[in-house]
Write a protein that binds this ligand. Sequence first.
Ligand SMILES: Nc1ncnc2c1ncn2[C@@H]1O[C@H](COP(=O)(O)OP(=O)(O)OP(=O)(O)O)[C@@H](O)[C@H]1O
Ligand SMILES: [Mg+2]
Length: 339
Amino acid sequence: MKTNNSASIVERMVIPHTAFAEARQRIEQCFAFSAAKAEGEGLLIVGESGTGKTSVLKSFQLNHMPTRGCDGMEIPILYASVPPMPTVKSLAGVMLAALNAPDSERGTENEKSRRLRILMKETGTRMVMIDEFQHFYDRGKRQIMLHVADWLKVLIDETRSTLVVAGLPSCRVVINENEQLARRFMASIQLPRFSWTDSRQRGEFISILEEYHNQIAKDFSLPKLYSEELAFRFFLATGGLMGYLSKLLRTTLRDAADRKRASITLEDLNIAHARAMWFDATVQEQLRPFEKGFRPEVTVDALNRATRIGTVADLPEKPTRPRSGMRKAESINAALVAA
Ligand SMILES: Nc1ncnc2c1ncn2[C@@H]1O[C@H](COP(=O)(O)OP(=O)(O)OP(=O)(O)O)[C@@H](O)[C@H]1O
Ligand SMILES: [Mg+2]
């Protein structure tokens, strides 16, 4: 009988594909030299939704977890996720909470900033990771973007820490708001979606499927996920995004466990695909590549449809309505990704 443990094989896997491993290695290098540097340093990880930005940060953080020393807790890495509609004060609150500060919501912006700097020194924090950084861009207020960029520059200079920022491509705009902050940043790290037409990336996508296959095959019988033909169906189903690929496989295994089945077929993948993916009822163009009778042919149309998976371009525009701040932020993300 298939257990929940078998069904969560995919959740437990982190696949260090080339871009992922490179990102982790760049973070590692900054971390290793963080004690010796003359000024604060910054690293930006950008990529579309589901390319693995948070996974890179979390997998690195896992290797440097807090420890209890004789002088209290050591927290080498502070991970904070920017809340929606952020201010510097609310970000400082989230960062204080990440260092286990009591009453992290209490105090003015200045008080919080001061407490944060003291606490970072006490806990030996050498790296600050800020995820979902595009929320500062989505906020749409230039003053807030300027302010957070200034604030971060001062924070990393005063604490000599390394700042790792992750977000959708629009978050670059925030870093550019302060030339001194921008100067402290290294070249950014891109986490791309995989492409089918680039042979190296296609090979990598197929290798990822092979890794999934080998793990899943320990508990389930299944078709060869990494055959060129099936891999292409997966590409069309997921747009080459790790987020959708892992979600599709996760859903497939959960369905199999629910039905107490030890085998996975193309039809199971088809059902899981329909259940796992966000389909917009008004968009007719999404493919059902695991459906019986679907011909997996590499056409420009099929590739274009796959590339649009996960982008806001999937949403039909309403030409007469004025665009809100959020829509503007989304469209710059799509434009920056396409550039
Ligand atoms: N290298 C990887 N190996 C295994 N699973 C991965 C990998 N990269 C991403 N995933 C999975 O894909 C999903 C999305 O990843 P993640 O949350 O890191 O993306 P993200 O770039 O942070 O997206 P968002 O911008 O929406 O926050 C997660 O379920 C994660 O487990
Ligand atoms: Mg994320």
